[in-house]
Write a protein that binds this ligand. Structure first.
Ligand code: COI
Length: 356
């Protein structure tokens, strides 16, 4: 049954839970929009501040045709997840980090932004209002999508006069159609994701529209996604369309350093800390394409993809494989440690989870 299609009968594997669940086929929800009950909306009027956020029924929004977000791409988004524990309670993962990142992006795009406290309170309120959509343990998570948009009308190029902060949620499973199986990436140099001095380091909506062509060409050729190189030297790894990248060689785990063209991923940052705590040497630096082709393992990280092992990378028609067709040992270990913490299966010694 495709995700989002309601089950005819309650799925046997998730009946008799101690908490109320929406009528969804939880066994295979994939990563697509499933409309839920409520969204959170908070506005910032001209020369004002964000205040008086409210929960509204989830649905279409009214937008001026000349809004800043539609005309000039003045918009940011965030992504974070809520997991259900066995006892029915719900865990958020480092929501304040998303609030901080949204504020950084807002500064770059000349937008006002909610305070970190407003951001976290709004996330909590939205998840609690939609709690029957948080999948049962082991069946996925509730993906939380905060948006910040210039919704006031402009015609000449300028910051919009009014802004809207909105959060909607959707239950999700695995991001890639491969599920947890390794993905196949292609490096190609016709397209780049970001340029020095540009907006690659913030989560602006335009960064994602600009990779759609590269991504769809790669998918047409059977690849899962594109691994981008830097636009100046066309030599150093940057990231994949929707996630950061890590390279493993012996006991060292390396990832491209944050220099303005790479998204400062919260999963990226968490994996670095987890890897250090497990005794790996971790390096944030320039990583050349030759180096990734010579690696023992490669994996991607992101809120949506979590930790996704890379099975092969193709560069100039040459395909290099990793992990012998399976999941590499380091990727597997990091995935397990992080997800057990996020799902509340293991004790959170990092203090990263927030229980609702
Ligand atoms: C996320 O991982 O949360 C993202 O924002 C990536 C998005 C393209 C799904």
């Amino acid at each position: 049954v495709p995700y989002g299609i309601r089950c005819e009968a309650a799925p046997s594997t998730v009946s008799r839970q101690a908490f109320e669940l929406a009528d969804v086929c939880w066994d295979d929800i994939g990563f697509g929009i499933i409309p839920t009950d409520y969204m959170y909306v908070m506005r910032c009027p001209r020369d004002g501040e964000f205040s008086n956020g409210t929960l509204e029924p989830y649905g279409n929004i009214e937008l001026s045709p000349s809004s800043g977000v539609l005309n000039y791409g003045q918009g940011l988004f965030e992504g974070l997840k809520a997991y259900r524990k066995e006892d029915g309670s719900i865990l958020l993962f480092r929501p304040e980090e998303n609030g901080v990142r949204m504020r950084m992006g807002a500064e770059r795009l000349c937008m006002p932004a909610p305070t970190i406290e407003q951001f976290v309170d709004a996330v909590k309120a939205t998840v609690l209002a939609n709690k029957r959509w948080v999948p049962p343990p082991g069946k996925g998570s509730l993906y939380i999508r905060p948006l910040l948009m210039g919704t006031g009308a402009v015609l000449g190029l300028a910051p919009a006069p009014e802004y809207t902060f909105l959060i909607y949620v959707s239950p999700v499973g695995n991001y890639f159609k491969e599920g947890l199986a390794p993905i196949n990436l292609v490096i190609q140099n016709d397209y780049h994701r970001a340029t020095p001095g540009g907006t690659g380091g913030i989560k602006t909506i335009g960064n994602y529209a600009s990779v759609l062509k590269a991504q769809s060409e790669a998918k047409e050729k059977g690849y899962s996604d594109v691994l981008y190189l830097d636009s100046v030297h066309k030599k150093y790894l940057e990231e994949v369309s929707s996630c950061n990248v890590f390279v493993v060689k012996d006991n060292t785990i390396s990832t491209p350093a944050i220099r303005g063209t790479i998204l400062p991923g919260i999963t990226r940052k968490s994996i670095i800390d987890v890897a250090v705590s497990l005794g790996f040497q971790v390096e944030e630096r320039l990583i050349s394409v030759e180096e990734v082709l010579d690696a023992d393992e490669v994996f991607c990280t992101g809120t949506a993809v979590v930790v996704s092992p890379v099975g092969s990378i193709t560069y100039h028609g040459k395909r290099v494989s990793y992990g012998g067709g399976g999941v590499g040992a380091v990727s597997q270990q990091l995935y397990s440690v992080l997800t057990r913490l996020q799902m509340g299966i293991a004790e959170d010694k990092m203090g990263w989870t927030l229980q609702l």
